[in-house]
Design a protein around this ligand. Structure first.
Ligand code: PAN
Ligand code: ZN
Length: 193
């Protein structure tokens, strides 16, 4: 007999993207993303205030990390910038690189930036109702380019895992910044393979 998981549902708040009954909520402050924004001086200047950049509402943290199991969560990124760069998530590859993921836009306006280990970048716009596929082996980060919260649902294999190291070290080959009041995607001058 298989080991059965008891089915369950959770309400996702479509006004703000939270899961009010989530058993686990991660809060990520600027200090958790130290060194990730391209303007180091702007980052240092904001560090005393240490704003909350995003929250991850984990619907199913107890689902075992076994082949075939799924987990889901919502991520709520607050609006703001460090220097000219919009608030974003840390970004990661899946430790188990062959694992894909689905994102579904809930609230606000964002970008999903993906990158292969060879440096190919792919950027998709995320708004409410947009479903995005993060295929296997693509690193991924989300960016709030709007003036309010940006939130999305993520569904992923429980054994995907997280590799934050490569992105913490090298970042993405493209940066998303605001120039003269408009969103722009520019090459990351510090990026190298
Ligand atoms: C998402 C992310 C979430 C936060 O659930 O984990 O948006 O981003 P970071 O993990 O990069 O801080 C996901 O992609 N899970 O696999
Ligand atoms: Zn992921």
């Amino acid at each position: 007999m298989p080991e059965y998981i008891t089915p369950f549902t959770r309400q996702v708040d479509l006004q703000n993207g939270t899961i009010p009954t989530a058993p686990l909520v991660h809060k990520r402050y600027l200090s958790d993303l130290k060194g990730l924004f391209h303007d180091a001086a702007a980052e240092a200047a904001m560090m005393a205030a240490n704003p909350l950049l995003y929250e991850v509402h984990e619907a199913s943290p107890d689902i075992p990390m076994d082949d075939g199991q799924l987990r889901y969560s919502t991520t709520v990124i607050f609006p703001g910038k460090v220097g000219d760069e919009y608030f974003f998530t840390k970004g990661h590859y899946h430790a188990n690189g062959s694992r894909a993921e689905i994102y579904y836009g809930l609230v606000g306006e964002g970008l999903l930036i993906m990158q292969t280990r060879e440096g190919e970048v792919n950027i998709q716009r995320m708004t409410p109702g947009v479903a995005a596929l993060v295929p296997p082996y693509w690193g991924h980060r989300t960016i709030n380019i709007g003036t309010g919260n940006f939130a999305f649902l993520a569904v992923y294999p429980a054994d995907a895992g997280y590799d934050y190291g490569a992105i913490a070290e090298k970042g993405f080959a493209s940066l998303v910044v605001e120039r003269a009041g408009k969103m722009e995607v520019i090459p990351n001058p510090l990026w190298q393979r």
